[in-house]
Design a protein around this ligand. Structure first.
Ligand SMILES: Nc1nc2c(ncn2[C@@H]2O[C@H](COP(=O)(O)OP(=O)(O)OP(=O)(O)O)[C@@H](O)[C@H]2O)c(=O)[nH]1
Ligand SMILES: [Mg+2]
Ligand SMILES: [Zn+2]
Length: 367
């Protein structure tokens, strides 16, 4: 296949943004692999090049999240004076799927950019966890991409189990595309293939072992050529993906395969949370006190709904937990900002930390 730029996801907006670089004879390319120091890039016609980040791109990035990432469109100087291929500029992202860096940091980690959809791969068995899927949906909403949930390994479960899982996911959000798949057969991936229109990029995320790479290989029609740097063969002959890869699919569309994500941490804000839990917000309007914490508070309408059995307890608990996480994240970001500000102020302008402003974490109310 000799993919042209549009087949790789290029569009009129990228074209417009690129005009100033075209004048310098730089070429548009899409990043397909991130090797930390070098990157893999694919150019018009399907040519692949190893490229390195130019100093200016590095210095102009305010934080790690602004550095080039898999999925980005960049301006490339191929075989310049120093005979290395350089990333001269990164085009603005049209979507960006990211998460909080695991651990205590408040940094954002970019997973993939310029993706049209994020497909969360799971199954109707042990990996199935509605609360985790709910979190994924919250983070996907923030990215600007559409959400797909893929219940893979459909061949391993009864039709009843598959359908029950599908209905439960669909009930979380009717706008989400929910598909069943079997990565071991051509017909089993027909639903995913149908979504992969030319130029459409889907990134596959989900736990390790759910079948992301098997899906990619089935759609590709052969095994992806793993390089040493990106794969690790375990004793059982199972490939565990260790780096994300952008893979153009000959029948149309682009997949980005990811290493298994152990946990998807919050990288979102109140607005997105409110949207995901609009029904609970509506309920909370009926609480007696406007600052009700939906615990043991008198006149709490949310608790009343749990008691009456009209609100699922797990969803209620998830609501409180998400809110707490967002409060904690905001607090950490504020603290970090204060520290940065403090660093650039003179000592006479000391900054006071807002002490005792945040209440301790809430526990869901139980009877
Ligand atoms: N029965 C069945 N097995 C599957 C299916 N999809 C994948 N598998 C198997 O599940 C195992 C793990 O598949 P992978 O594709 O490596 O999983 P992955 O999600 O890429 O895992 P990581 O790279 O570690 O994140 C392999 O042994 C696959 O053959 C499926 O639809 N049905
Ligand atoms: Mg894999
Ligand atoms: Zn309440």
């Amino acid at each position: 296949m000799s993919p042209d730029l549009e087949a790789l996801g290029w569009n009129a907006e990228f074209e417009r943004q690129f005009a100033k670089y075209a004048a310098k004879d730089w070429l548009p390319g899409r990043l397909i692999r991130d090797n930390k120091i070098t990157f893999g890039a694919i150019l018009a016609g399907g040519a692949r090049h190893e490229v390195i980040m130019g100093g200016r791109v590095y210095h102009e990035a305010a934080n790690d999240a602004e550095l080039p990432a898999v999925g980005d469109w960049v301006a490339l100087e191929i075989g310049g004076e120093v005979s290395t291929n350089l990333i001269r500029a990164r085009l603005p992202r049209q979507t960006c799927f990211s998460r909080k860096v695991p651990g205590k940091s408040t940094e954002e980690q970019v997973i993939a950019t310029n993706v049209d959809a994020v497909a969360v791969v799971t199954d109707a068995g042990v990996d199935f966890n509605l609360r985790r899927l709910e979190r994924y949906l919250t983070v996907i909403r923030k990215s600007g991409a559409q959400a797909i949930i893929l219940l893979n390994k459909a061949d391993l479960f009864s039709e009843a189990d598959n359908h029950r899982a599908r209905d439960a996911v669909q009930a979380l959000d009717p706008r989400v595309t929910v598909l069943l798949s079997n990565a071991h057969s051509q017909s089993g991936v027909a639903g995913l293939r149908a979504l992969l229109k030319p130029g459409f990029t889907i990134t596959l995320v989900g736990s390790s072992g759910v079948g992301k790479s098997t899906l990619a290989n089935q759609l590709l029609g052969r095994d992806w050529q793993w390089t040493d740097a990106v794969s690790d063969q375990t004793g059982k002959g199972v490939h565990t993906t260790t780096a994300r890869e952008l893979i153009p699919i000959p029948t149309g569309g682009i997949l980005i395969d990811n290493p298994g994500i152990r946990e998807i941490q919050m990288w979102t804000d109140e607005t997105v949370l409110r949207e995901s839990f609009a029904d609970l917000d509506e309920l909370a309007n009926g609480c007696r006190h406007h600052n009700c914490r939906h615990g043991a508070d008198a006149g709490c309408a949310v608790r009343a709904a749990v008691e009456a059995g009209t609100l699922d307890f797990d969803r209620y608990a998830a609501y409180l937990k998400l809110e707490d996480e967002i409060a904690a994240l905001n607090k950490k970001q504020r603290k970090r900002k204060l520290q940065i500000e403090k660093g650039i102020r003179t000592s006479s302008e000391s900054v006071k930390h807002p002490k005792g402003k945040y209440k301790r974490e809430r526990r869901p109310w139980t009877s």
